[in-house]
Design a protein around this ligand. Sequence first.
Ligand code: IPE
Ligand code: IPE
Ligand code: MG
Length: 244
Amino acid sequence: MKIVKKGLPEHVAVIMDGNGRWARQRGLPRTVGHRQGMKRVKELIETAVKAGIKVLTLFAFSTENWSRPKREIVLLMNSLGAYLDRNIGELKKNDIRFRVIGRTEQLPSFLRVKIKSAQEHTKANAGMALVLAFNYGARQEIVDAARGCARSVQAGTLVPEDIDEEEFRTHLYAADLPDVDLLIRTSGELRISNFLLWQLSYAELYFPKKYWPDFCNEDLFRAIKEFQRRKRRFGGIDVDEKNN
Ligand code: IPE
Ligand code: IPE
Ligand code: MG
């Protein structure tokens, strides 16, 4: 499948869901599903770069995922560590700027070190921004941004009347990134699960049935094509209707 560059979504966000069910369906432990899912992550990143996506945000661990069994949490943390160990070179080669959004201060120190190093090593890259939402929750992000505003007011650099959308946005975790254009959630679940609530305001939503470990390049292209067919109005009316 070929992708037309015109009307490409600038920012694609993905809720990578269904690893556990993918494994269970095969009589395998959930952990096998996560391993398989990681392979797809690598593939998706390369494909997104080639397609010309500017920002790719991947939801890998939510603030609610701490309620899972300890061994699963450990595996997810270790998988990110291993991914960073093995792929910094590849990220650099592809000119990808890597960063993590979420409450990273609550992550184990071994992971914080690796995240910091990966961000440092790729910060001068000018190609695609790869954003990993890890220990991320959108309500927490909004609360943290509100605290940021409050701190500025307390410091005397901001007055409450100047807190508008533009100001508030500067206190979000990745303030410089554009809103999400296309949100993909795999596995057939029709919910947002506390992901990017601010940034998704006018995103186009796409819910393929496939579990994440089965989501291939063609599926990404299908999602992009569907996006290109949609008419976004942002509260207005279609251009071709304006004279009627
Ligand atoms: C992966 O899918 C997403 C993560 C939270 C890592 P799940 O682990 O949620 O898989 P299902 O939804 O139980 O099938
Ligand atoms: C959302 O998936 C979080 C990630 C993909 C990291 P979940 O599987 O945790 O969401 P729920 O519990 O089905 O809403
Ligand atoms: Mg799930």
